[in-house]
Design a protein around this ligand. Structure first.
Ligand code: NAD
Ligand code: IPM
Ligand code: MN
Length: 368
């Protein structure tokens, strides 16, 4: 059956890095019989420019239909002044929320060739393999009430609400425990129960779930501020980290630097199912639109390419193809190809397109 992939390149470096993924999809169609049909559409600032909304209802309908959605990045200084509800980032948040993609998997893996590209010492990151499981459709990102209001005394205030309910914590906990069973069998649940009621609640629910369904998995708890510190002190202590929407956002950017660059970290957003039980999914790099380097062909496409590898694994159940693409990324790094963000002395400096060329060449070589 045809595999339908909706491609939303977005803004800034999004279209540049996604261009390389499109060439890789073509390669898998031709060489591995993937049978994917792709369609491009708008999300983010470019969608706002086209029709005044960060994602249109028509695009949402296509996303609901697709087997997988691939997203580049959204946002940029051009849209700094647009109304909050239609800012580029709102398009991405609507996709996550409406498709009910509550589980965001952000693997931080240090490729052997990049062990010296991290801002940490080689021995701290060599062999690093952490899975951050970020709750993606709840918490302070969506909690009500939220807004900015005038007060009678002439002051103004801005407010957001951090809120989680039982089913939200349980379902993200199950994803984390299930993943841990296939890896190092360890989950670290991260919150701030010393300050926040929602943190106390998160902790209680994780403990209950662990006791009821996953007592074979080791569960630890860590306060979020300490977790940020421990990630740069001793990152290899972690196996699976499960945390809320906001802490997960911040801790995954921290984890990205352990692997050499934000340009290396892929992600999969999973969880939603349609009425027929078909799983929905969105794949996107952890990085943003990188306005500082956009339009220059300098961006590292590997995070987006590795996000497509996650699509091959999680949506299409093609683990051999996913392994092949991940191996190709590892190979080009071992061969010395480096975009600016991961450049090291003596290596071959390349742009976005040449990195894509190198991955395609490695795919051909590895599958010969
Ligand atoms: P950013 O991730 O865009 O960039 C942070 C830094 O990392 C920059 O110096 C950038 O050049 C570098 N970088 C990021 N990706 C890179 C890549 N692939 N190759 C090389 N270098 C890379 O974060 P920011 O500057 O804080 O945000 C810019 C815009 O992107 C904002 O509008 C923000 O809301 C948006 N954003 C979008 C997403 C998304 O679409 N998923 C994620 C994060 C930020
Ligand atoms: C991410 C981004 C998004 C987030 C923004 C662009 C809405 O930072 O995917 O990490 O905060 O979730
Ligand atoms: Mn982020």
């Amino acid at each position: 059956m045809t595999k339908k992939i909706l491609i939303l390149p977005g803004d800034g470096i999004g279209p540049e890095v996604m261009g390389e993924v499109e060439r890789i999809i073509d390669w898998f169609n031709k060489e591995r019989g993937l049978g994917a049909e792709t369609e491009r559409d708008l999300v983010g600032g470019c969608a706002y420019d086209a029709h005044g909304q960060a994602v249109s209802d028509a695009t949402m309908a296509k996303a609901q239909e697709a087997d997988a959605v691939l997203l580049g990045a959204v946002g940029g200084p051009k849209w700094d002044g647009v109304p909050f509800d239609v800012r580029p980032e709102a398009g991405l948040l609507r996709l996550r929320k409406d498709l009910e993609l509550f589980a965001n998997l952000r693997p931080a893996l240090c490729f052997p060739a990049l062990a010296d590209a991290s801002s940490l010492k080689r021995e701290l990151v060599e062999g690093l393999d952490i899975m951050i499981v970020r709750e993606l459709t709840g918490g302070v990102y969506f909690g009500e009430p939220r807004g900015i209001e005038d007060l009678p005394n002439g002051e103004r205030r801005g407010f957001d609400t951090q809120v989680y309910s039982t089913h939200e914590v349980q379902r993200i906990g199950r994803v984390a425990f299930d993943l841990a069973r296939k890896r190092g069998n360890r989950v670290t649940s991260v919150e701030k129960r010393n300050v926040m009621h929602s943190g106390v609640f998160w902790h209680e629910e994780m403990v209950k779930l662990h006791k009821a369904e996953f007592s074979d998995v080791t569960l630890d708890h860590m306060l979020a501020d300490n977790c940020g510190m421990q990630l740069v002190k001793q990152p290899k202590q972690f196996d699976v980290i499960v945390t809320d929407n906001l802490f997960g956002d911040m801790l995954s950017d921290v984890a990205a630097m352990l692997t050499g660059s934000l340009g290396m970290l892929p992600s999969a957003s999973l969880g939603g199912k349609d009425a027929n039980g078909k799983a929905k999914a969105l794949y996107e790099p952890v990085h943003g639109s990188a306005p500082d380097i956009a339009g220059q062909g300098l961006a590292n496409p590997l995070a987006t390419i590795l996000s497509f590898a996650m699509a091959l694994r999680y949506t299409f159940d093609l683990s051999a193809d996913a392994d092949l693409l991940e191996k190709a990324a590892e190979t080009v790094l071992a061969e010395g190809y480096r975009t600016g963000d991961i450049m090291q002395p003596g290596m071959k400096k390349v742009g976005t397109k040449q990195m894509g060329d190198a991955v395609l060449a490695a795919l051909t070589k590895l599958s010969a």
